[in-house]
Design a protein. Structure first.
Length: 452
């Protein structure tokens, strides 16, 4: 399916067509009225050879009698006389019988058409006056067509230049006006693109919008109001439900401690731990949907990574596994919130502990450009076709049959945390087997405040 043309391009093309049609409607009547009805006896073919000969004559210092005779003969054949004189009025060269300028030269214009009325001693004269290098040359004839056709020729040339310039200026002005008119729409489009789960309270600005677009923007803002209300109600319900479940779960856990049959109690404790984990992660997901990260929110990834390693170190020791941190010798500042990033990194390490074999080492590797931390294990790895699916909520894959006690929200929380931080999460293969999960974060905009 062919993509539609942008509104700005379609409008610009419409302006071009309209201006061209308008120019044609202006020029065509003039052409039919004047240009198409003149004899073209003198323009432009007649004047060009004469001009060329005069240029050669002046290049030779105005002393070539043969060239002057040739010019005089060419003009005489067309019933045209000439006179050449300097700025003082002294005649330098002239046709036979001419001893004075045809028309007083009152200024230094390069081109000037003139006509003189008839007198008792001379009929009406029509001509062109040209000045170059201090010498004025006037061509005169009693044939009025010489004057009018030359005048129309000059007028047509000027109209072509003026019309072309006017068309170019008009099109340029139309493009500028169009771009300025569409600028509020582009601004609103950028505002709409920036609205997401973490910014549901934002609305499209109505300032500077055309009145034709205001109803649409207001309708969109009303839709956003309803979506925010529904989204907030859903988020609050999940958070409230998870919070309310904590009390009965705590009561059940207390009852299990006094249950006489310890075998049944231990079995129920496993199920209860899974429910507690589910409630905790549901609360985490609900909180993630409502966070907003400011430019000044920064976190030291090095300190955060070491904190996670210390937090999960005892668990790793009990499972006969180790956790090592590489590259945490100096602070690495990133834009983000400590508590949410701590939970995300903890989930990745717990996932690595779950899949790594006994006796293996979980490696947390830090980098500063861009700020990132990767978690590498020595487990079975993640197949390429599942690297997008495993971040879906409640996706467990083969873990249901394997007796895994996870609830399928750990990696979903990691993905949601990275999205809220304008970061990313990538899965790769470890060099010696296993998977590598890498969290990349944006650079803090207040690095200078930390002495970096």
């Amino acid at each position: 399916m062919r993509r539609p043309l942008p509104l700005s391009l379609k409008t610009t093309l419409s302006f071009v067509v309209v201006n061209l049609v308008a120019a044609a409607l202006i020029i065509l009547p003039f052409y039919l009225t004047f240009w198409n009805n003149i004899s073209h006896r003198y323009v432009p073919g007649f004047l060009d050879p004469v001009r060329n000969k005069w240029e050669k004559f002046w290049e030779n210092g105005g002393t070539d009698p043969a060239l002057l005779a040739d010019i005089t003969e060419t003009l005489a054949e067309n019933r045209v006389q000439f006179v050449a004189f300097d700025d003082t009025g002294r005649v330098i060269a002239a046709s036979e019988g001419v001893n004075a300028p045809f028309f007083p030269q009152s200024h230094g214009w390069f081109d000037e058409h003139f006509s003189t009325p008839a007198s008792d001693s001379r009929p009406a004269l029509y001509g062109i006056s040209k000045r170059k290098q201090g010498i004025t040359v006037q061509l005169g004839t009693t044939d009025s067509a010489f004057f009018y056709e030359a005048f129309i020729d000059r007028l047509m040339n000027r109209l072509a230049i003026i019309g072309g310039a006017f068309l170019a200026v008009t099109l340029g002005a139309n493009v500028v006006i169009l771009r300025r008119s569409l600028q509020p729409l582009r601004r609103v489009s950028e505002e709409a693109a920036a609205i997401g789960p973490q910014s549901t309270s934002r609305r499209l600005s109505e300032q500077g919008l055309p009145v034709e677009v205001l109803p649409l923007v207001r309708a969109i803002n009303q839709v956003l109001d309803r979506l925010e209300d529904g989204y907030k109600a859903q988020r609050d319900f999940i958070a409230d439900a998870a919070h309310e479940l904590r009390t009965p779960l705590a009561v059940l856990k207390a009852h299990l401690d006094v249950l006489d049959d310890r075998q049944i109690a231990q079995s129920l404790e496993g199920d209860l731990s899974g429910m507690e984990r589910l409630v905790s992660q549901l609360l985490a997901m609900a909180r993630l949907d409502g966070i907003h990260i400011e430019d000044g929110d920064t976190v030291d990834l090095s300190a955060l990574t070491v904190e996670v390693a210390r937090h999960l170190g005892p668990i790793a020791f009990e499972q006969n596994r180790e956790i090592e941190v590489v590259g945490g010798e100096r602070p690495i500042w990133a834009r983000g919130l400590h508590d949410f990033l701590f939970r995300a990194l903890r989930n990745l390490v717990e996932n690595a502990l779950r899949h790594g074999p006994p006796g293996s080492v979980i490696t947390l590797r830090l980098a500063s450009d861009p700020p990132s931390v990767s978690v590498a294990d020595h487990g079975p790895g993640v197949p390429a076709e599942l690297r997008e699916t495993i971040f879906h909520r409640f996706w467990r894959g083969e873990r249901d049959r394997a007796g895994d006690d996870g609830v399928g929200l750990g990696l979903a929380i990691v993905a949601a945390t990275m999205k809220a931080h304008d970061g990313s999460i990538h899965i790769g293969d470890a060099a010696d087997g296993g998977a590598v999960f890498t969290m990349r974060l944006p650079v803090s905009r207040r690095i200078g405040a930390h002495g970096e």
